[in-house]
Design a binder for this molecule. Sequence first.
Ligand code: 4AD
Ligand code: MG
Length: 429
Amino acid sequence: MKITINQAGQYVGQEVTIGSWLLQKRGSGKIQFLQLRDGTGFMQGVVVKANDEDLFAAAKGLHQETSMYVTGTIKEDERSSFGYEMEVTGIEIIHSAEGYPITPKNHGPEFLMDHRHLWLRSRKQHAVMNIRNQIIKSTHDFFFNNGFKKIDPPILTSSSPEGTTELFHTKYFEEDAYLSQSGQLYAEAAAMAHGKVFTMGPTFRAEKSKTRRHLIEFWMIEPEMAFYEHEDSLKVQEDFVSYLVKEVLTHCRLDLEALGRDTTVLEKIEAPFPRITYTEAIELLKEKGYDDIEWGEDFGAPHETEIASHYEKPVFIVNYPKAIKSFYMEENPEDPRTVLCADLIAPEGYGEIIGGSERIHDYETLKARISETGLDLDAYEWYLDLRRYGSVPHSGFGLGLERTVAWLSGVQHVRETSPFPRLLNRLYP
Ligand code: 4AD
Ligand code: MG
């Protein structure tokens, strides 16, 4: 019977065969422990010399990452976090690997990134991708269960929602085109057709930032809701993020354990989240001795980390100055220097995971803002149509998938949260 490792619990006491790779092995002159992996899980195979000398010799000669069919009897094993092991009775090698470059010793990040296509097989990288996968699944569950429809925005676009300096330019036959920075403008059009929508797709920023939070290509989840005001959107955001945390804690226990993630900090994440205004945040920073920032300037990573350190949950920084935010954000009626927006800052120094706002829904105001920003009005005619015909108040936000994965996994750098990260100096593999 051919099974997978995650099915082992149903076959205790039975002889089964598992297609697997050798992650590592250790042992003595009498017994060999084979760490097997098959994508669904990890399991130890035990080979005892006294039981079968030929099999023992074969096991001893196996190289790391050799692929094989391993046959044996499943046993319960309390010492293994997975709960089962296999008493091996047969090994059929499919392909013997030799000289696998990623050994159990420590390698530097550049070496590991050069071997990303192989590094993905390691226990920790496998765990991070499992967490990413859970977040993707739970995102769909959350929005579908709450009456949202998924809309796929284009990747090749003619306009730029988030400023013109970070655009990837390409030719679209005779025309100019850009890789999408955000699906938001298209999500707004879809919200006028469907009410509540969300997108999930790749976005691109030609940003010359080399930080542990920046990718050139990253995935964004962008909900957009008709008839939702700013405050309504904050509620969706805190419910959504709390749901993701709960789902990861429930379904990724072994992965969090493999990563050594401190889960007590995640267990405290529950809606509602605290809110602080941009102006209050500036005052807080001044009190803490940050002289390098004035009202009107954007926060850097150290500022965000300082602000977040005052809370155990993610914190919303609301009402940023209009001048440092995107053109489409609705003015704050209580202070016209600012807009109805929020950034959600994750705890533990993981930085901004969400940016969102209420959108300008008045035609003249939006048109004026597009012109003031120096954008080409022609490219936004279709977007202005949304304000010409049945415009309504609406709000939305964008959650960065990789930063959320980094936070929940507890990995320090976003390069480990994307299967094949595109970084400032990296397009290979
Ligand atoms: O704050 P941003 O730029 O917002 C938007 O693009 C809006 N159009 C979203 C919307 O309202 N629909 O990006 C949103 C999120 C950030 O909070 C961050 O989590 C992530 O996307 N992000 C990045 N992640 C990795 N690398 C980068 N270079 C990122 N830039 C933004
Ligand atoms: Mg932002």
